[in-house]
Design a protein around this ligand. Sequence first.
Ligand SMILES: Nc1nc2c(ncn2[C@@H]2O[C@H](COP(=O)(O)OP(=O)(O)OP(=O)(O)O)[C@@H](O)[C@H]2O)c(=O)[nH]1
Ligand SMILES: [Mg+2]
Length: 235
Amino acid sequence: MEYETLIIIPTYNEIDNIIRLISRIHQTVPAAHVLVIDDNSPDGTGDAVEPLTKSDQRVFLLRREGKLGLGTAYLTGFRYALERGYRYIFEMDADFSHDPGHLPAFLEAIKGADLVLGSRYVPGGGVENWPLWRQLVSRGGSLYSRVILGLPYHDLTGGFKCFRRETLEALGLDSIYSEGYSFQIEMTYRASRKGFKIVEIPIVFRERAEGVSKMSRKIFLEAVLRVWQMRLTIS
Ligand SMILES: Nc1nc2c(ncn2[C@@H]2O[C@H](COP(=O)(O)OP(=O)(O)OP(=O)(O)O)[C@@H](O)[C@H]2O)c(=O)[nH]1
Ligand SMILES: [Mg+2]
C-alpha cells in the first residue's frame, strides 16, 4: 500500500527542481512519503524544502552539515526508513532524470520482487539528451561490472530503484563501502549475492535541464576499481 512507501531524494543544489519534483511525485502517488536528504546546499535547497515539511505531512527533511556524498546520504535515508517501518523504499534523483511517472510500475513490480531496478538498457528503456560519450561511459560501466561480477542485469549504475525493507535489513548497511556510481553497483551486487529476487523495469532517463552536474572523473575511476574490490570481498 502506498502509505508504506518512502522515496529518498538526496539533494545538493537542487533548488530549481526539488519542490516541483515533490509535487509531481504526489500527483502520481499521493500517499507516498518523501524524505529529502540535503547536504547544506549553498543554493538554499534545504531552506526551500523546510516549510513543506510543516505544511505537508508526507514530506520529511534531514539536513547534514556539508557535502558528504550520495552513498552516505542514501545509507542515512535507509536507516531512517527501517526505523520507521516503511515497506517499500526508493532511491530517486532530484533533477527530473527519474520520471515520477514510472513510480506506479515500480510499485507493481516490487510486489513480486525484493529489489526493482529502473533500467535504461532493457527494451522500452532509454536515455534522452545524453551526449554519445556519456552513453558510452554508462553502457560500458554497466557491461564491465556485469562481466566482472557475473550479474545478469543490464543497468548497474542507475539510481532509480525500489527496495523491499527486508532486503535492506539483510544487506548489512554498515558494511557498504562505496560512493558515487559504485554505490549503486555494490547495493545490487550484495542483494544478488544474498539471493534476493531482482527485477529490471524499463525507464527513460532524461538528462538534467536545471542545475549543475556532479559527475566527475573521480567518481568514474572509483567505480572501475571498486568493482574488483567487491568481487574479491563480498561473498
Ligand atoms: N545529499 C547529497 N546529495 C547529492 C550529493 N551528490 C549528488 N547528490 C544528489 O544526488 C542526485 C544525483 O546527482 P546528479 O548530480 O544528478 O548526478 P548524475 O545524475 O550522475 O549527474 P548529472 O545529472 O549529470 O548532474 C541528485 O539529486 C543530486 O542533487 C551529495 O554529496 N549529497
Ligand atoms: Mg542527474
